[in-house]
Design a protein around this ligand. Structure first.
Ligand SMILES: N[C@@H](CCC(=O)N[C@@H](CS)C(=O)NCC(=O)O)C(=O)O
Length: 199
């Protein structure tokens, strides 16, 4: 299988960490791409020109990080990142984490194209409020649940938080969110996170 990715995409990082955690990394060839350069190989795999894209051993291309996660999970019988017993809770975390990631990524992209004034627009303000509310909701969730085995939900949340630290450090997400910070410290020290650090 091939995974088209770049080093700064939180979506691509989710796909890669999931492959690593499922023990599928030796089946994965990494194809480093620049999604902003309209590269023919990437466009052939995903007409939207976005990373990540997975090309299966049968030559099928699968775009979208969450769909890639589903496909990778089906390949692994050894580990489950979406355990039956906690499926709803895992997907709850995944949904909030993914929303946080989108709000953060869109804040960064709008700033890149329209300057920091983009933050003051109606949509910019909505995104910033969404980031704060999502981080608060995650803090409350981790405060009320005992740490359990790593899930897809944890991975998406922790990549979103790491992306905030990487691109929007001024938001200082760890301040007053000690439970989130504790779980982040634990999970981000895993080899899969260390091997895929943003750069
Ligand atoms: N919903 C997609 C988002 C993917 C995405 O936006 N990737 C960015 C890189 S972080 C990209 O390739 N952007 C290029 C573009 O939008 O043209 C997913 O979950 O995979």
């Amino acid at each position: 299988m091939q995974l088209h990715l770049n080093r700064t995409s939180p979506y691509a990082r989710v796909a890669r960490i999931i492959a690593l955690e499922l023990g599928l990394d030796d089946r994965l060839e990494l194809v480093w791409s620049d999604p902003w350069a309209d590269e023919p190989a990437l466009l052939a795999a995903n007409p939207c020109g976005r990373v990540p894209v997975l090309i299966t051993d049968d030559g099928e291309s699968i775009a979208e990080s969450l769909l890639i996660a589903q496909y990778l999970q089906r390949l692994s019988s050894r580990v489950s990142l979406l355990p039956d017993a906690s499926a709803a809770g895992t997907l709850h975390l995944a949904g909030i984490g993914y929303g946080l990631m989108e709000a953060a990524f869109n804040t960064v992209i709008q700033r890149k194209h329209h300057g920091k004034e983009a933050d003051a627009s109606v949509l910019g303000q909505r995104r910033l409020r969404a980031i704060e509310r999502s981080a608060d909701a995650l803090e409350a969730r981790y405060a009320e649940t005992a740490p359990a085995d790593l899930t897809m939900g944890d991975i998406i949340v922790m990549v979103a938080l790491d992306y905030l630290t990487f691109r929007l450090p001024e938001l200082q997400w760890p301040v007053k969110r000690e439970h989130l910070q504790a779980r982040y410290s634990e999970i981000s020290s895993r080899q899969s996170f260390r091997d895929t650090a943003f750069s």
